[in-house]
Write a protein that binds this ligand. Structure first.
Ligand code: MLT
Ligand code: ZN
Length: 468
């Protein structure tokens, strides 16, 4: 295999200038820097940034890049948490943000066709106007895009009841290295002809092709919804409360939690509705959502409150309908950025364990934090066993840096010993790439490398990311 290019030649730059006239090509470092970073807080300077407006430009780009062996790093809004969009191994960044049209929303087929650069929350607002529902709701939904969500198989709060992005992608149109177009899947909600190439693209982090169109599945919009926030004096009571909800036979739309450290972080940037010192000592919070028909909801809400009450919450707050619910969910979405109130740096993990092991996992992670002398905030998608473990430290301090890394590795070991995964929703990118072999067997990795080879024989797409 011919080696990848290690920089752009003047001839390469002339080609890019011709293909991406005007502001379609960015080469000034001060403008490019933003395209080299993502929410992992890692960054690297791209060789150049291209901003296609058409699929034809992407086809030409991939034909050229394959011939010239130039690495390409696809990206959208860069809200990924693991460095998947960072050109850490060099290359031209391809921003498909300008492909941002909603092509179709069809209430008969219950599907939509969109370009990758459509912002998730804006798309959801459009579907809601038609009384349709696109459930995936990553915390970044107000700025992240559908293309980025599909590339990372983003999760979110409503995954407990509705599943993750993967469950809503019916089809993907992608340009492959060499310029061939692959139209996988389609508008049918069921399809078992051949291997499931659509699913291969979802979560592949731009390593197999560059998306130009996505076909998404929609549901009828639930008639009504309600949110309950329950505060507890101990983490153990909160985790028991969550178990009680499932034991009562309730399937919440979302079941999120925050431990004492996460609550402390958010209280520093927002007024919080739960008791705080000196009036009370909240050590954990549960946030739950239910939805359904208006008539069924009242009944379900009463059952939910009964189930939670058995774990002895210090307060139970209710929000009925989006206007009352939204402020409670805004608090939850801000927990991740608020963790920086507790220290200048963090390792933000997103492990997932089998749902029956959540109590053991969360209590174990807190014990590991204490053992390694670092602050650990645990919060997130308790309902599906997907726990955000934020290890807070000061990267300028060598000792803290080493202890944070050791703690992260101990968190991964405990997770794997419980039958879990080192990434439930953020992907492995660059921050978790060194640990992939802790989880995947040699056989699995060899199969994945073989698949990558079929799609991208020269290895030009997002090199060095993830799983091979
Ligand atoms: C979240 O659930 O808030 C996001 O996945 C970001 C994170 O906390 O790491
Ligand atoms: Zn999350």
């Amino acid at each position: 295999m011919t080696a990848l290019a290690t920089s752009l030649t003047p001839t390469h730059l002339h080609f890019l200038e011709a293909l991406f006239p005007g502001d379609g090509l960015v080469t000034r470092p001060e403008e490019m820097a933003v395209y080299g970073a993502d929410s992992s807080r890692r960054s690297a300077m791209p060789w150049a940034v291209v901003r296609p407006r058409t699929e034809e430009q992407i086809v030409e780009l991939l034909r050229w890049a394959e011939a010239e062996r130039v690495p390409l790093v696809p990206r959208l809004r860069g809200t990924g948490m693991s460095g998947g969009a960072v050109p850490a191994f060099g290359g031209v960044v391809v921003s498909t943000l300008w492909l941002n049209r909603v092509l179709d929303i069809d209430a008969e087929d219950f599907c939509a066709e969109v370009e990758p650069g459509v912002v998730t929350a804006e798309f959801q607002a459009l579907t809601q106007k038609r009384r349709l529902f696109y459930p995936p709701d990553p915390a970044s939904l107000k700025i992240s895009t559908l293309g980025g969500n599909v590339a990372t198989c983003a999760g979110g709060m409503r995954a407990v009841k509705y599943g993750v992005t993967r469950d809503y992608v019916l089809g993907v149109r992608a340009v492959l290295p060499g310029g061939k177009i692959c139209d996988a899947g389609g508008r049918a909600h069921k399809n078992v002809v051949g291997l499931d190439l659509t699913r291969l693209f979802v979560g592949s982090c731009g390593t197999l092709g560059i998306f130009t169109k996505l076909t998404l599945k929609l549901l009828p919009l639930p008639e009504s919804s309600a949110t309950v926030l329950a505060a507890f004096g101990s983490l153990h009571d909160a985790l028991e409360g969550a178990r009680g909800v499932f034991r009562a036979g309730i399937l919440p739309t979302a079941l999120e939690f925050m431990d004492a450290t996460a609550c402390r972080g958010i209280a520093q940037i927002k007024d919080v509705p739960w008791p705080t010192a000196p009036n009370g000592d909240t050590r954990a919070v549960l946030l739950l959502k239910i939805d359904g028909s208006a008539s069924a909801l009242a009944d379900e809400l009463a059952r939910l409150e009964r189930a939670l009450s058995q774990a002895g919450p210090s307060c139970l707050l209710k929000g009925l309908g989006p206007r009352e619910e939204e402020p409670l969910w805004e608090i939850r979405r801000l927990v991740s950025p608020a963790a920086f109130q507790l220290g200048p740096d963090k390792l933000g993990e997103d492990i997932a364990v089998p749902r029956g092991s959540t109590v053991q996992a969360v209590e174990g992670f807190q014990a590991l934090g204490a053992e390694h002398g670092v602050h650990v905030a645990c919060y997130g998608h308790l309902g599906d066993g997907n726990i955000h473990v934020n290890i807070i430290y000061d990267a300028q301090d060598e000792g803290q840096r080493a202890r944070a890394k050791a703690c992260k590795e101990a968190v991964f070991r405990l997770t794997l010993s419980l039958g879990g995964t080192i990434s439930g929703e953020h992907g492995t990118g660059i921050t978790k790439a060194p640990y992939v072999s802790w989880q995947l067997s040699e056989t699995e990795r060899a199969l994945m490398a073989g698949i990558k080879q079929v799609f991208d024989p020269s290895g030009i797409l997002n090199p060095g990311k993830g799983w091979v």
